[in-house]
Design a protein around this ligand. Structure first.
Ligand code: SF4
Length: 171
């Protein structure tokens, strides 16, 4: 689906929501309704500590754009994201593709790198034309999901136990 730049203004969203779209559409909806419990999650805490410790020497850390996307590190060539584990690799990849796409709408072209410091692993990401189409379709779908007046059902995945909404969903 092709959309204009003005349409992008209508469908652009928070980077975390792109990530949640792949993890769980119920989580996406709850987060959008400001039912936020993430600060209590050990996983998020570990992620925050990793951020602080792993890239102390990097410049241009944590760039927030339009209060929607928060890029861990940006330089003249790359943007980089730091993740605590590669278990949600597909969601991480789409999130950084979205950042690359978002920057491109602003006239800024970069490549992406995802760092998994605990696993000593890096993934290199390029924004291809097919990725741009995929991102646009996801943004439209997210807008549709968030316009629903109740959340999707629980998904019963093994990783629900590690989700900050576990008690909310199964309690
Ligand atoms: S606990 Fe499971 S169903 Fe509930 S929001 Fe989290 S991932 Fe989704």
């Amino acid at each position: 689906m092709d959309i204009s730049l003005s349409s992008f203004e209508n469908i652009k969203t928070n980077g975390l929501k792109i990530n949640y779209y792949f993890i769980c559409k119920r989580k996406l909806w709850l987060f959008d309704r400001k039912i936020t419990m993430e600060d209590k999650s050990d996983k998020i805490l570990i992620g925050k500590i990793l951020h602080q410790d792993s890239y102390k020497k990097e410049k241009n850390k944590e760039v927030i754009i339009d209060n929607l996307i928060s890029i861990d590190i940006i330089d003249n060539i790359n943007i980089r994201e730091v993740k605590s584990s590669s278990k949600m690799e597909e969601a991480d990849k789409i999130q950084i593709l979205y950042y690359l796409y978002y920057l491109k709408q602003l006239g800024v072209v970069r490549k992406g790198i995802i760092n998994y410091p605990k696993e000593k692993k890096r993934e290199f990401i390029d924004l291809k034309p097919e990725d741009e189409i995929k991102i646009k379709d996801i943004l439209i779908d997210i807008k549709n999901i968030l316009s629903q007046n109740k959340p999707f059902p629980v998904i019963n995945k093994p990783y629900c136990k590690k989700c900050a909404y576990f008690e909310f969903c199964y309690g």
